[in-house]
Design a protein around this ligand. Structure first.
Ligand code: F6P
Length: 354
């Protein structure tokens, strides 16, 4: 407890609704425990450049629970990936007497966090990305808001598709994960959903559209995850050619990253922010706050990064050989669980339709 005098909080990577709520909760928690807190601007770049703001009172983090984007801003920082950059960041921490960091973001953010931890600055990660693509955690801050944004946009498309008897192929975000797509596919009643992780039966989708049209259905929505690079737009063209249904293409893009955070994101962000402060004060470092089986807990960042690489098929044979048996067991089980959940949602998305 005594060790911590000052904590710095940063957001890094793509912004996500709820990041501000998380910053607010962690900052207020620090203030309540008599710890000085700094908001570090523009992620690791701000840490290197000593760009940070002292949070003087709870008023400084006022009206943030409902605000999207990140008031701390975010930036890419290649310099931080170098030893030189890292040492600059550590020097800035020492100069400002910052002896703990909370880093909110995705896998890239956690890589930076583990580098800092290993160099003597205790750092805790919090998963914040709309993609929900951190396999060590069941949930990442921003996902619920993003999927709700997709739902409300697609409902609008549905209105006009119904009027004109059209189909709309909608590309949603998720560079590495089809999570947004499968949830949105189910929740918007899409006739077909395509993601990178699992095979898409295009011929069946065409047949389904033709059959439903013959049965009198006027409007169709097809959801495609952006992980399938360059797939959605030509698919729209093929649907029009092969089914005779006029088909438009729509890429929702960055609109998915904005918008008022939902209940789930506000509460999850707050719980995770408080947990990160508690963990730092308990002497924890180099861990990421996760939601597992409905509980807020922590997983070692190294392990979280390993399961991430394993899940995405990025591990080299040397890396795999170096995993300890107990670690490998957890990584495999976790990875299998995330995969089977995706498979289950994908099946539902493509089976429950007109
Ligand atoms: O926030 C995650 C994500 O939305 C990914 O799905 C997407 O590939 C990426 O960010 C794009 O972000 P940017 O355009 O800011 O690089």
């Amino acid at each position: 407890m005594e060790k911590f005098r000052r904590i710095g909080i940063l957001t890094s990577g793509g912004d996500a609704p709820g990041m501000n709520a998380c910053y607010r909760a962690a900052a207020r928690c620090c203030l309540a425990r008599g710890i000085v807190v700094y908001g570090i601007k523009e992620g690791y770049k701000g840490l290197i450049e000593d760009n940070m703001k002292l949070v003087t009172s709870t008023i400084d983090v006022n009206n943030l629970i409902n605000r999207s984007g990140t008031v701390l801003y975010t930036a890419r920082c290649d310099e931080f990936k170098t030893e030189d950059g890292m040492q600059k960041a550590i020097a800035v921490c020492k100069k400002n007497q910052i002896d703990g960091i909370i880093a909110i973001g995705g896998d890239g953010t956690f890589r930076g966090a583990t580098d800092l931890s290993e160099r003597g600055i205790p750092t805790i990660g919090i998963p914040g990305t709309i993609d929900n693509d951190i396999p060590a955690s069941d949930y990442t801050i921003g996902f619920d808001t993003a999927v709700n944004t997709v739902i409300s946009m697609v409902d609008r498309l549905r209105d006009t598709c119904e009027s004109h008897a059209r189909c709309d192929v909608v590309e949603v975000m998720g560079h590495w994960s089809g999570n947004i797509a499968v949830y949105a596919g189910i929740a918007t009643g899409a006739i077909a959903t395509a993601i990178k992780e699992l095979p898409f039966d295009e011929a069946k989708a065409m047949e389904d559209i033709k059959r439903a049209r013959l049965a009198g259905k006027r409007s169709f929505i097809v959801i495609v995850s952006e992980g399938l690079k360059g797939f959605a737009e030509p698919l729209a063209q093929r649907i029009q050619e092969q089914t005779g249904v006029e088909t438009k293409f729509c890429r929702l893009a960055h609109v998915q990253r904005g918008g008022t955070p939902t209940l789930r994101d506000r509460v999850m962000a707050t719980r995770m922010g408080v947990e990160a402060v508690d963990q730092l004060l308990k002497g924890q470092s180099n861990v990421v706050v996760c939601e597992l089986d409905g509980k807020i807990t922590t997983v070692g960042i190294e392990r979280a990064l390993k399961v991430d690489r394993y899940f995405k098929g990025k591990c080299t044979p040397e890396e795999l050989a170096a995993f300890k048996p107990e670690e490998m067991k957890w990584i495999q089980e976790r990875s299998d669980y995330v995969k089977s959940t995706m498979q289950m949602l994908y099946t539902i998305a493509n089976e429950v339709k007109a």
